[in-house]
Design a protein around this ligand. Structure first.
Ligand code: HAM
Length: 424
């Protein structure tokens, strides 16, 4: 049987996994610095979590969900994003009643969207995201944006562009929506059928349409920034001012509407400004979603967050020619020649690993030359050679692979010696 991997998914092979692990480690470290705690929610949820949470007129819900019925007839969906699940869990587990507020959470895990696969766009991808629930201080918006920037900078990325916008409060959005309808209605027959439908259901989505992106009415569409209420405007100005204080460069783009329905006030994306990064330049996206917790039956709780995929992060690293320094060489490779030595090496290898040395040995019964070659391929820092003569003398030969220097060491002191030699 010859079976291939499903379209839009990928195997992450051992040679690449190290990069993933380093990124994940870097992220977890930053999470500690910023005091965010990890949350793990199920990979699938009741479909209504996303239909209601993300919005049932969005592309994600209408076209991209992996939905199915289980054997008990329940409608379930593989999560296409993390925010709705986190909010569901926040309400269900009453995290709002824990004294330490706001609740600052993060997650890393696979998400699933039935999208047209292309470079940087997968059907299964790993999202890292944060959600802060319980504060409507513009300073927390800026903390979240800063955090997103820091993650990219911490792995060495430089060509980043931060784009922000405000979608305002309910009033701002209602007024803007009306203006959009009036703007597009006379010419809506020139737009795709999706957009014709969106005019009634969700006119803001028209601005996000990929098919009609170049229609002249897009560029002249009413800007949300002209419809912000005084309060929304003041909120957005504070966010901008704090970013200025931190000297974080940004561009305000009133067409940044995002593809999910729960947003209001601050929205943002970080783009890669690398040439040759491909059609998809958006690395990360997020924003404020006041009202979502109430929608899930929780108490009035403002929220803000963002998510990014590790896949696009790695693509950006490649575009900037950055290689994360993934050290995976062995501390020691054990070469045993002869039956007695092979038996002893079972014990020695165990002893070395118990003290934390990265150690391995030959399991293919290779000759000395073959074993030395294997040690070389694994970039072992030291090689320990035990043959019959050595055993008779109660010693082993330790070869430093960098200098080529060889030393006879008593078997009793061997592990200690090897450990000291790698600076442990
Ligand atoms: P989103 O813009 O749909 O927002 O996705 C966020 C990020 O996930 C994107 O910027 C991109 O890095 C990555 N991403 C999305 N789709 C794919 C794909 N098919 N292949 C690879 N990477 C992908 C959200 O998901 C919101 N939940 C973000 C958020 C959190 N807003 C507030 N809190």
């Amino acid at each position: 049987m010859k079976v291939k991997i499903p379209r839009g998914t990928q195997d992450i092979l051992p040679k690449d996994v190290k990069t993933w692990q380093m990124i994940e480690e870097q992220i977890r470290q930053l999470m500690e610095t910023f005091r965010y705690e990890e949350i793990r929610t199920p990979i699938f949820e009741h479909t209504e979590v996303f239909a209601r949470g993300v919005g049932d007129t969005t592309d994600i819900v209408q076209k991209e969900m992996y939905s199915f019925q289980d054997r008990g007839g329940r409608d379930l969906t593989l999560r296409p994003e993390g925010t709705a699940s986190v909010v569901r869990s926040f309400v269900e587990n009453k995290l709002f009643s824990i004294p330490n507020q706001p609740t600052k959470l993060y997650y890393i895990g696979p998400m699933f969207r039935y999208e047209r696969p292309q470079s940087g766009r997968y059907r299964q991808f790993v999202q890292f995201g944060v959600e802060v629930l319980g504060s409507s201080d513009p300073a927390i918006d800026v903390e979240v944006i800063t955090l997103a920037m820091k993650i990219y900078q911490s792995i060495g990325l430089k060509n980043l562009k931060l784009v922000i916008n405000s979608l305002g409060d309910q009033r701002s959005r209602t007024d803007h929506r009306q203006a959009l309808i009036e703007h597009f209605r006379p010419h809506i027959h020139e737009f795709c059928t999706d957009c014709q439908h969106r005019l009634e259901t969700n006119p803001l989505r028209i601005l996000d349409c990929k098919v009609d992106a170049n229609h002249p009415l897009m560029a002249s569409a009413p800007s949300i920034l002209d419809y912000l209420t005084d309060e929304s405007k003041a909120y957005f100005e504070k966010v901008c001012r704090y970013l200025d204080r931190l000297q974080i460069p940004y561009t305000v783009d009133p067409t940044l509407v995002r593809g999910l329905d729960y947003y209001n006030h601050t929205t943002f994306e970080i783009m890669s400004s690398n040439e040759g990064f491909g059609a998809i330049t958006s690395l990360c996206g997020g924003g404020r979603y006041n009202g979502l917790v109430e929608q899930f039956g929780g108490p009035e709780t403002p929220g803000i967050g963002f998510a990014l995929s590790i896949e696009r992060m790695i693509a950006a690293l490649e575009a900037e020619g950055i290689q994360l320094n993934a050290e995976d060489n062995l501390d020691v490779y054990l070469i045993a020649l002869g039956d007695e030595a092979r038996e002893l090496s079972v014990v020695l290898l165990n002893e070395m690993r118990e003290v934390g040395l990265r150690a391995d040995r030959d399991y293919l019964d290779r000759k000395l030359k073959g074993q030395l070659k294997a040690a070389d391929r694994l970039q072992a820092k030291q090689v320990v050679i035990i043959g019959e003569d050595e055993i008779a003398q109660g010693q082993a030969v330790v070869k430093n692979m960098e200098t080529g220097e060889q030393t006879n060491v008593d078997l009793q002191k061997l592990t200690h010696y090897v450990k000291e030699n790698v600076g442990m």
